[in-house]
Write a protein that binds this ligand. Structure first.
Ligand code: ADP
Ligand code: TRP
Length: 336
């Protein structure tokens, strides 16, 4: 089967509640791309990858469902984009094995994400070490041309490019008909979202604002965003402020400039302006931005069969593509 001219692919781990970093760094772009590449967007919930950290079967199942509901609520249209469970296409694990046989240890040893986790004291499993191989298989098995991800995943996509080349060279693919195709990264327009403590927002740092947080719990989380101790009414440093960075995600350029002026002068409409006001504004923006999605989410929660049907239908199509690539690779390396 020949490669499509454009095929978008990305995965997201079901390892906890999705947050604003995931939304602005990944999900928003995934959903926008369905308009540009209708029928060619493949998104999956990386449950095999989540096994590197999750040890609770019920929690994993619940997280998978939650990711699916979140994408659908935020506007993923199953007529335009596929949304499936990684494990519903088990062919990907076989391709991962083939790739692991042509991948040097050195390539994996250089992975920042692996090194960071080990440096944080996580005892690495073999699965954590070979995580990028499975990720490469995810990308290559669907002949993806474009992989939209946040900054932290760029190195993994570059490793995927290397693995595709190694496989093609190892098994003597003709130059004009490679077995596996090198994908390109598409970096999100907002590749870095800070968490409430100012570090990268991440499930593993406990510093997230969940996409659907609202009411009292949202106020409480936003209230905990770390700021300096400039008193009310004094000029505030917008460019060093986590609240401003988060607010900016929700503001049009002209609004952003207006808020910047409030920061610079420490006043809004003649009244003193401080971090408390900025936080209140952030709460309002988050509530407003996700109001419609929150309502759709409630509907989807009440209809789990509808969500499951989307996952299954998408997996069927994805599996057809995956089987065809796997066949090609098996023939290339002499398996059956
Ligand atoms: P987490 O760090 O919370 O475990 P994941 O690694 O599961 O998040 O990331 C899923 C997607 O969301 C990836 O494409 C990643 O690049 C993006 N992403 C995660 N956190 C952020 C962030 N703080 N800023 C921008 N993008 C992010
Ligand atoms: N590693 C990605 C993350 O943690 C998730 C992922 C798995 C992925 N397979 C992928 C992303 C393939 C893009 C393409 O965010």
């Amino acid at each position: 089967m020949s490669r499509p001219t454009a095929r978008v692919l990305s995965g997201i781990q079901p390892s906890g509640q999705l947050h604003l970093g995931n939304y602005f760094g990944a999900i928003a772009q995934h959903i926008a791309l369905q308009e540009r590449y209708p029928g060619e967007c493949f998104y999956f919930i990386a449950d095999y990858h989540a096994l590197t950290t999750v040890r609770d079967a019920d929690a994993l199942r619940a997280n998978v469902h939650d990711v699916a509901v979140t994408y659908l609520a935020l506007g993923l249209d199953p007529e335009k984009a596929l949304l499936f469970r990684q494990s519903d296409v088990p062919e990907v694990t076989e391709l991962a094995w083939m790739l692991s046989c042509v991948t040097g240890m050195g390539l994996l040893e250089r992975a920042h994400s692996y090194k960071d986790k080990v440096a944080k004291g996580i005892r690495p499993s073999v699965g954590l070490f070979t995580y990028p191989v499975l990720m490469a298989a995810d990308i290559l098995i669907y002949d993806a041309t474009v992989v939209p991800v946040g900054k932290d995943q760029v190195q993994h996509v570059e490793m995927t490019q290397d693995m595709a080349t190694h496989f093609n060279e190892a098994f003597g693919a003709p130059k004009d008909a490679p077995y596996l195709h090198r994908p390109e990264v598409l970096l999100s327009p907002t590749p870095y979202v800070p968490g409430i403590d100012g570090n990268k927002m991440s499930k593993s740092y406990g510093n997230t604002i969940p996409i659907f947080a609202s009411g009292k719990s949202l106020k409480k989380i936003v209230g905990r965003i770390v700021t300096d101790s400039t008193p009310l009414g004094e000029p505030l440093p917008a460019d060093r402020c986590n609240v401003f960075a988060l607010l900016s995600l929700f503001l049009e350029p002209s609004e952003r400039e207006e808020v910047r002026t409030w920061y610079r002068t420490g006043r809004r409409n003649g009244e003193p302006f401080g971090y408390g006001h900025a936080k209140k504004l952030l709460v309002e923006k988050i509530e407003e931005h996700f109001a419609a999605a929150r309502a759709r989410r409630a509907e989807l929660e009440a209809d789990p069969d509808r969500v499951e049907a989307v996952l299954r239908r998408s997996a069927e199509r994805a599996r057809q593509v995956a089987s065809s690539t796997l066949d090609r690779c098996r023939r290339a390396c002499g398996i059956r």
